[in-house]
Design a protein around this ligand. Sequence first.
Ligand SMILES: [Zn+2]
Length: 80
Amino acid sequence: MPISKKDRINREHKKADAAGTRTPVKANGNPVKAPTPMSKCAYCMKEIVASNQTQKKVHAETHDQKVWTKEKCWPDDTFA
Ligand SMILES: [Zn+2]
């Protein structure tokens, strides 16, 4: 008797688990994307995509630059 599709998928999962290569998938089979790392502005707590330096700079400039520089907004980042 040929193995069912379910058995075959289970077998693949076990194999991937053993190899440590299994990627999490949703119930519909689509891969689950890792959440985008976000940075939080230390001034107003607004979240901006951590890798988006331009957006972070633009956001920081909405605060008063005399009292709150972009380095204060994003203390974990260094700006060029
Ligand atoms: Zn802010």
